[in-house]
Design a protein around this ligand. Sequence first.
Ligand SMILES: Nc1ncnc2c1ncn2[C@@H]1O[C@H](COP(=O)(O)OP(=O)(O)OP(=O)(O)O)[C@@H](O)[C@H]1O
Ligand SMILES: [Mg+2]
Length: 317
Amino acid sequence: MATTLAPEPKTTHPTSSSQPATVADLEPEARIPAGPDAGDAPVLPQPVPATAALLAEHVTKRFTVDRKKAPVLAIDDVSLRLERGEIHGILGANGSGKSTLIRLVSGLLTLDTGKVEVFGHDLERDELAVKRLINRVSVDAAFFKKLSPMENLLFAARLYGLDGGEARRDAKAILARLGIAENRLGRPVEQMSRGMQQKVAIARALLTSPTLLLLDEPTTGLDPRSKLDVQAFIEDVNASHDATIVLTTHDLAEAERLCDRITILDGGRIVAEDTPDGLKRLVAEQYGQPPTLEAVFMTFTGRSLDEDIEEDEAGDD
Ligand SMILES: Nc1ncnc2c1ncn2[C@@H]1O[C@H](COP(=O)(O)OP(=O)(O)OP(=O)(O)O)[C@@H](O)[C@H]1O
Ligand SMILES: [Mg+2]
């Protein structure tokens, strides 16, 4: 079994410290070819375009439930680009296509049309490479509930083909950062609170690096305290684990706090995409609305998120 970790992207990120320092260090195609009359003009280094962490182009997905009825167009011509290290929020009402998009990107559903690339690997042609780089954590994370956090992490490590000793060391460090006391590492996951279980699920996804984490409503249904805790953990993971994150949520404050960019879906289509500040400025300047994400959501979807999910504040179980 392969013991190598996921491959590094081919190009460097623009903010990476390993950015080429001189023209000679650049990839050949990144140099400007000297024209016939270029003379001794200095050859300026061109930035090497970074490989996107996630690239979706014209992705479409239909579901046929009843042959007598028209298929449901769950994802309609969606294109998206995430840079490495970004936290990208997907907002949308119930049924707008958030989970479908996440499941398409993670290879759980097949695309009808379009293409998806993860760190430069095509999802359809190079599924194994993509699956190594992607980790999905859904609202009800699947665990072996009778196993402990450590056992769950080591099991996942084996699935990824990671080296046992190294995986154990990494798992220990990650779990320690979760704030799980050493003497609890061996207890079954089912004895932990939902918030803690979500954190273990995210931790399990950190065993490969770089990684694209797909978090489908990671805080829905958590009590306010656990919610803040998981949010802080997501920020921490993003900053310290080279994790690029797609996050779906019904919580606008969460999106505002965590996300570098936000995409709003409505009926399977992207109706807005920008930084939180960019979106707020847009509704204020062009629609005369207050500069809030509530106003952004209302402007682009015609409804308020308050009308939406009800189980959101249901509390811990
Ligand atoms: N497996 C499926 N079979 C048939 N229809 C589906 C399937 N999965 C999703 N859909 C439909 O696709 C649309 C998008 O659903 P999706 O679950 O992606 O929405 P969502 O934005 O995640 O909603 P929520 O906020 O409730 O989680 C809905 O109309 C849904 O009924
Ligand atoms: Mg969903």
